[in-house]
Design a protein around this ligand. Structure first.
Ligand SMILES: NC(=O)c1ccc[n+]([C@@H]2O[C@H](COP(=O)([O-])OP(=O)(O)OC[C@H]3O[C@@H](n4cnc5c(N)ncnc54)[C@H](O)[C@@H]3O)[C@@H](O)[C@H]2O)c1
Length: 249
């Protein structure tokens, strides 16, 4: 498929997991990808793994830093000769039991997941072309489903979802689409551990909501994002695509 031949894509979170898989998929389909991430080594791995016919250039930036976002979007427009598609994937997760929830955790989750997404939308909308510009924002199935110990993360992703639905209606007059994509559990570094779970955690709960298909591969979510961003998804806007393997049905 060459759905992205000649298309310039600004992609955050390109240094790992779903973002890297999306970069590789879009380059395979012909896109010129401007990949942003906090991690220089992650971006280098993505660039090394990318196979044409498209290409990827990388840019290190913290998506929660307003001036860094302004600079990143301007650089993307210069390097790509315009921006046709914005895909916000960068995000982080923290387990936050309510009794030990901190303001710092809440603020970090919101500033990266929600504010970072909003800033990239604001800046990229100055460049996205009327009638064919697309924004895909990665939210989470946790935005619409209760999971213990994930209230702060889920709230930040609920903000991404609500922001995306409102923005879709606000930019519809320009013919620009905004599509929130909400993955369920995906096998990436984000879910691979590092977070210390409380001893009282009801892990049986997670078994009950787990997809019978198991965790998704990041490539499966990249395929959904590519669909939403491509002409094949041309009638999609302001509607959440929940790619959760049926875990919440
Ligand atoms: N893995 C899952 O189960 C799952 C489920 C639902 C939603 N998501 C969402 O998908 C997105 C990608 O997650 P993933 O699983 O690929 O995780 P990941 O940890 O593999 O990748 C996240 C990437 O975001 C980057 N990042 C984090 N903070 C950043 C910042 N401040 N500035 C720039 N880059 C930053 C990281 O460096 C990393 O490369 C996230 O928004 C996550 O919340 C993941």
């Amino acid at each position: 498929m060459d759905r992205f031949a000649g298309v310039g894509v600004l992609l955050t979170g390109a240094g790992s997991g779903i973002g890297r898989a999306t970069a590789l998929r879009l380059v395979e389909e012909g896109a010129a990808v401007f990949g942003v991430d906090l991690s220089p080594s992650g971006l280098a791995k993505t660039a090394a793994a990318a196979k044409g016919p498209g290409r990827v250039v990388t840019h290190v930036a913290d998506v929660s830093d307003e001036s860094a976002v302004v600079e990143a979007v301007a650089a993307a427009a210069r390097r790509l000769g315009g921006i046709d598609v914005l895909i916000n994937v960068a995000g982080l997760h923290r387990t936050t039991p309510i009794d030990t929830l901190t303001v710092a955790d809440m603020q970090r989750l919101f500033s990266v997941n929600a504010v970072g997404t909003a800033l990239f939308c604001r800046e990229a909308l100055r460049h996205l072309p009327d009638e064919r510009g697309v924004i895909v924002n990665v939210a989470s199935s946790a935005a619409t489903h209760g999971n213990p110990y994930m209230s702060a993360y889920s709230a930040s992703k609920g903000a991404v979802l609500a922001f995306s639905l409102c923005l879709a209606s606000e930019v519809a007059h320009r013919g620009i689409r905004v599509v929130p994509v909400s993955p369920g559990t995906v096998a990436t570094p984000l879910t691979a551990g590092g977070d210390i779970l409380p001893a009282a955690l009801d892990t049986g709960y997670y078994q009950r909501i787990r997809s019978l298909f198991g965790a998704a591969d990041p490539e499966q979510i990249a395929g959904v994002i590519a669909f939403a961003a491509s002409g094949d998804g041309g009638y999609l806007t302001g509607a959440e695509i929940r790619a959760d393997g049926g875990s919440h049905t």
